[in-house]
Ligand binder design. Structure first.
Ligand code: ATP
Ligand code: MG
Length: 441
């Protein structure tokens, strides 16, 4: 929508409503004013007529009455049984012929100015007699009408002009938002729209807009990091596969040699597959716990199932599992993700522990929370690395971990899953003594 069109529409509606309101107001004022003025004139004429009647009753001659009325700026005519007894000099001749025809009170604008005329029939003993009293209404009503006819349209125009300035003021920040939004693209997501000075709805809009841009920017950064990490991590297995295959193709090989090449290729393909699966899980569930399916999970059973998969490895490394503190525990959770947590923590503990050591596991539930602890007697983690362990692709650069297979993705995935369950992950470790990981969900 073009702002100009919005402004035109607002002003059109504003002008229309304003005109109607002003018109009704003018009519109302005019009506009240006229009623007021005519009411007071009616009273005045009635008083004069009654006075004339009283004086006539008390025997004052008609001529004296006429002089008296004229002195009060009234023009009067007195009739008896339809016949004119007398009239002040300037009484309009047209009204003299048939007084009975004249309405009891009316306004007449015959001639130059507006006049009010009252017909007042006399009571006893002058029944049948009438006085017509007329007075010029000073120009108040006409003045008012003229003034309003001039002033009200002027008022409408002034208000429309002020309204137009107001709309301009309201639209200025919107123009700024539009221009800023036009400059924003995927490469320049960090451009924030300047905040309007006043703390009002527009400021809230700009703030919401900027927050959205920041979220998009964070999302874009995540995607870029994801892309570079993935391509970086896939480069190594692909280089290995390519080297192996090219070497094998250089000349004819024995069946054993082909077997060895294919074994290497297969191992690297598995590595890539595992990497991609892990990355996809992370992307799928990161920031969307709404999509996560939960059900009541027997966590101790789930833990045993995961441990069973590591039986072979535990046996080879002669690592003992201390299960004494595992209690039956039920919690609503996502079983699939929870098993990813267990397998990663167990995998780490086995990977970074020496042969013949013991793994201590504890599982319990208290206050509607499940608590899982895994403690190994392995190489441990230097304290300054601990805060970064849950970063994606982060691996501690000690000699063991360089030669130990892994992507540095396990703990990042664990952290994401624990967050999806609104839980906490705590890692404590001492180099050379062992590592303890505690999870509460
Ligand atoms: P991946 O889990 O992706 O196969 P990884 O095990 O190296 O690779 P993480 O599980 O994220 O990655 O662990 C990050 C780093 O933390 C590891 O490289 C290792 O240096 C250190 N670490 C994790 N668990 C332990 C542990 N139990 N003992 C000692 N070091 C550990
Ligand atoms: Mg790991």
């Amino acid at each position: 929508m073009k702002p100009e069109r919005l402004k035109t529409r607002v002003l059109l509606w504003f002008g229309l409503v304003l005109s109607v309101v002003v018109l009704l107001f003018g009519l109302g004022v005019g009506y009240l004013f006229e009623r007021n003025v005519t009411g007071s004139i009616h009273d005045r004429l009635t008083r004069t007529a009654l006075e004339l009647e009283n004086r006539l009753v008390s025997g004052t001659p008609v001529e004296t009455l006429l002089t008296h009325a004229a002195a009060q700026h009234h023009t009067v005519a007195i009739f008896r049984s339809g016949k004119l007894l007398g009239a002040t000099q300037d009484f309009p001749a047209a009204l003299l012929s048939n007084p009975a025809r004249i309405a009891p009170f009316r306004l007449s604008d015959e001639g130059e100015t507006l006049h009010a005329i009252l017909r007042h029939p006399f009571a006893h003993p002058f029944v049948g007699s009438t006085v017509l009293a007329q007075v010029g209404i000073n120009d108040k009503i006409e003045d008012l009408v003229d003034t309003m006819l001039f002033l009200l349209p002027l008022l409408v125009l002034v208000l429309i002009y002020l309204g137009s300035r107001l709309v301009d003021r309201i639209l200025t920040p919107i123009h700024a938002i539009t221009h800023a939004a036009e400059r924003i693209n995927i490469q320049h997501l960090s451009t924030a729209i300047p905040l309007p000075e006043k703390d009002d709805e527009l400021r809230a809009l700009v703030e919401a807009f900027n927050a959205m841009i920041r979220r998009l920017d964070a999302g874009r950064e995540q995607i870029e990091r994801f892309n570079s990490d993935v391509s970086h991590e896939l480069r190594t297995p692909l280089t290995i596969i390519r080297g192996e295959v090219e070497l094998a193709l250089r000349r004819p090989r024995t069946a054993d040699e082909y077997q060895m090449t294919l074994t290497t290729v297969s191992r690297e393909i598995h590595r890539m597959q595992a990497l991609i699966d892990t990355l996809l899980l992370l992307v799928e569930y990161a920031h969307s716990d709404a999509a996560m399916v939960r059900s009541e999970v027997e966590i101790d059973t789930l833990l045993s199932d995961v441990l069973a998969r590591y039986e072979g490895l535990l046996h080879t490394k002669q690592i003992d599992i201390d299960r004494e503190e595992i209690e039956p525990t039920r919690r609503p959770a996502n079983a699939e993700l929870l098993s990813v947590v267990f397998s990663n923590l167990i995998d780490n503990a086995i990977k970074y522990s020496p042969e013949g050591s013991t793994l201590h596991l504890a599982l319990s539930s208290r206050d509607n929370r499940a608590r899982f602890v895994i403690e190994d007697e392995g190489i441990g983690i230097p304290a300054d690395h601990i805060p970064r362990l849950t970063d994606r692709f982060y691996r501690v650069e000690h000699s063991r971990s360089k030669t130990t297979p892994g992507f540095g993705l396990g703990l990042s995935l664990v952290q994401t899953i624990v967050e999806l369950h609104h839980g906490t992950l705590t890692i404590t470790s001492e180099v050379g003594k062992g590592t303890r990981v505690e999870i509460i969900i």
